[in-house]
Ligand binder design. Sequence first.
Ligand SMILES: NC(=O)c1ccc[n+]([C@@H]2O[C@H](COP(=O)([O-])OP(=O)(O)OC[C@H]3O[C@@H](n4cnc5c(N)ncnc54)[C@H](O)[C@@H]3O)[C@@H](O)[C@H]2O)c1
Ligand SMILES: [Zn+2]
Length: 379
Amino acid sequence: MFSTETTHEVDHTVAVPLGPRSYNIRVVANDPAGFGPFARAELARTWAGASCRSALIVTDMHIADLGIPATIQASLGDIGIAALIAVLPAGESTKSLENASRLYDELVKLQADRHTLIVGLGGGVIGDLAGFVAATYARGLPLIMIPTTLLAQVDSSVGGKVGVNHPGAKNIIGAFHQPAGVWIDTQYLSNLPTRELRCGLAEVVKYGVILDAEFFANLEQIAEDVLRREHGALARIIMRCCEIKALVVAADEREETGLRAMLNFGHTIGHAIEAVAGYDGPYKHGEAVAVGMVAECRLAERLGWIKKGDVTDRLVRLLERFGLPTRATELDTGRLIEAMSRDKKNRNGAIRFVLPRALGKVELTDSADVDDILTVLSA
Ligand SMILES: NC(=O)c1ccc[n+]([C@@H]2O[C@H](COP(=O)([O-])OP(=O)(O)OC[C@H]3O[C@@H](n4cnc5c(N)ncnc54)[C@H](O)[C@@H]3O)[C@@H](O)[C@H]2O)c1
Ligand SMILES: [Zn+2]
């Protein structure tokens, strides 16, 4: 199924079927000129986008240093859209109401109207913030996502969840606002710091465990190609992750049926690790999720859902090859449990987990008790 062909052969589209909010995700390898025509075609399908003549490109300093915003601005110029670029500092603290407000100021200066396009050009921080501004300014502007981290390409840019942090709670101020299109160029990943690439790979592995055992097996085969950032290998894993996320989002767009919760595998414990270790602490999100996935697999073993060894051993081996941590025994287990008891999936005081029944199949459950959780956390 997977091969590593030359970069120029990569050009794939994933459709996200959401009725009137449907859109396409295009995956390319080094095709800056292709963005304009893609944007024009995606915008043409919407009332607001069809007559778009102006845009605000939201990005951060690292991406600006690579010269990427200027190429996007030029491609928009080619299709008759005059774009301004807003460059924000890089980092999680950029995802704030203050920065949303700064972007509203830019839009007022630009005399933006309901046809003004917002382009979120960056990692998940920029995508969430730009998306939030697009969701709220003038009750909703067209949005195109250009994710530049692996995590954003396989996760945050797809699905319509946008938002900013409150100083007291991460991601708490937000909206659902689907983009008009998502443009993914694997070329952007060539400059991504290795640690950020690994964090994205944790989410990639997650998709295999929750829904696609064959994909997991393919990852085991092509792990080295991915780490070498071969465009063919990257494009294929990004495509498959986007297909899986699109499937889940199409089935439960607003997280109401519980289906979308399966994307939370590894995250009950992962989020607790981030909260206890500190958001600017030793664990980045993907690293905390890697540890969380292993611990949650061990929890599934304790519940008798999966055989001891088997799934967990393969998971640990793959995560280790990707340079991700698989344990965090230095953290206080009591504080981890306390953090988990605030998880938004919980009902009636019970901590809920998404756990594997087999490789490629997960279920939401509240049947793990605190003793089980404590045991796997201290393993
Ligand atoms: N909306 C969702 O559904 C969703 C899902 C998952 C995560 N998120 C959010 O995503 C955020 C994390 O996203 P992230 O991991 O992409 O972090 P990020 O946006 O902070 O990017 C990580 C770092 O990589 C840099 N960078 C980005 N692209 C680069 C490139 N091509 N080359 C070199 N450097 C580059 C950034 O400047 C930053 O320093 C969190 O705020 C999280 O809450 C949202
Ligand atoms: Zn995640």
